[in-house]
Design a protein around this ligand. Sequence first.
Ligand SMILES: [Zn+2]
Length: 90
Amino acid sequence: MTKVVVDAGHGGTDGGATANGILEKEYTLKIAKYINNRLKELGIDSSLTRDSDITLEPTNRVNKALSLYGSGSDVILLSNHINAGGATFA
Ligand SMILES: [Zn+2]
Protein backbone atom coordinates (compact mmCIF):
# COMPACT_ATOMS: atom_id res chain seq x y z
CA MET A 1 0.00 0.00 0.00
CA THR A 2 1.20 3.49 -0.80
CA LYS A 3 2.67 5.50 2.04
CA VAL A 4 3.00 9.27 2.07
CA VAL A 5 5.61 11.46 3.70
CA VAL A 6 4.26 14.99 4.05
CA ASP A 7 6.97 17.59 4.32
CA ALA A 8 6.22 21.06 5.64
CA GLY A 9 8.67 23.31 3.86
CA HIS A 10 11.09 25.42 5.89
CA GLY A 11 10.74 25.71 9.69
CA GLY A 12 12.72 26.92 12.67
CA THR A 13 15.40 29.42 11.65
CA ASP A 14 14.33 29.06 8.01
CA GLY A 15 11.14 31.07 7.64
CA GLY A 16 10.87 30.77 3.87
CA ALA A 17 9.07 33.51 2.00
CA THR A 18 7.66 36.46 3.92
CA ALA A 19 5.17 39.13 2.94
CA ASN A 20 2.61 41.24 4.79
CA GLY A 21 3.43 39.60 8.10
CA ILE A 22 2.94 36.12 6.68
CA LEU A 23 5.67 33.52 7.20
CA GLU A 24 5.79 30.66 4.71
CA LYS A 25 6.92 28.15 7.33
CA GLU A 26 3.76 28.67 9.41
CA TYR A 27 1.44 27.98 6.49
CA THR A 28 3.40 25.03 5.14
CA LEU A 29 3.12 23.42 8.59
CA LYS A 30 -0.64 24.06 8.78
CA ILE A 31 -1.09 22.64 5.27
CA ALA A 32 1.11 19.61 6.00
CA LYS A 33 -0.80 18.81 9.20
CA TYR A 34 -4.12 19.10 7.37
CA ILE A 35 -2.97 16.82 4.54
CA ASN A 36 -1.48 14.30 6.98
CA ASN A 37 -4.68 14.15 9.05
CA ARG A 38 -6.87 13.88 5.96
CA LEU A 39 -4.79 11.03 4.52
CA LYS A 40 -5.03 9.19 7.84
CA GLU A 41 -8.81 9.69 7.83
CA LEU A 42 -8.84 8.05 4.41
CA GLY A 43 -6.86 5.08 5.75
CA ILE A 44 -3.61 5.98 4.03
CA ASP A 45 -0.32 5.63 5.92
CA SER A 46 1.06 9.13 6.28
CA SER A 47 3.71 10.84 8.38
CA LEU A 48 5.20 14.29 8.74
CA THR A 49 8.86 15.30 8.47
CA ARG A 50 8.11 17.90 11.14
CA ASP A 51 5.07 18.66 13.30
CA SER A 52 6.40 21.77 15.00
CA ASP A 53 8.51 24.83 14.24
CA ILE A 54 11.92 23.15 14.07
CA THR A 55 14.87 23.67 11.77
CA LEU A 56 15.53 20.82 9.36
CA GLU A 57 18.73 21.23 7.40
CA PRO A 58 18.48 19.69 3.91
CA THR A 59 20.40 16.52 4.82
CA ASN A 60 18.40 16.08 8.03
CA ARG A 61 15.15 16.61 6.12
CA VAL A 62 16.06 13.89 3.62
CA ASN A 63 17.19 11.51 6.36
CA LYS A 64 13.99 12.13 8.32
CA ALA A 65 11.88 11.46 5.22
CA LEU A 66 13.80 8.25 4.45
CA SER A 67 13.56 7.07 8.07
CA LEU A 68 9.76 7.07 7.97
CA TYR A 69 8.99 4.57 5.19
CA GLY A 70 12.26 4.08 3.29
CA SER A 71 12.73 4.85 -0.40
CA GLY A 72 10.60 2.18 -2.08
CA SER A 73 8.43 2.80 -5.11
CA ASP A 74 5.39 2.65 -2.83
CA VAL A 75 6.42 5.85 -1.01
CA ILE A 76 5.36 9.33 -2.07
CA LEU A 77 7.10 12.43 -0.74
CA LEU A 78 4.88 15.49 -0.80
CA SER A 79 6.78 18.66 0.07
CA ASN A 80 4.71 21.79 0.23
CA HIS A 81 5.84 25.36 -0.29
CA ILE A 82 4.14 28.66 -0.90
CA ASN A 83 6.46 30.44 -3.26
CA ALA A 84 6.58 34.19 -3.46
CA GLY A 85 6.57 34.35 -7.24
CA GLY A 86 9.15 35.05 -9.88
CA ALA A 87 9.48 31.43 -10.91
CA THR A 88 9.57 30.48 -14.56
CA PHE A 89 8.52 27.17 -16.00
CA ALA A 90 10.02 25.62 -19.08
ZN1 LIG B 1 9.39 27.44 0.27
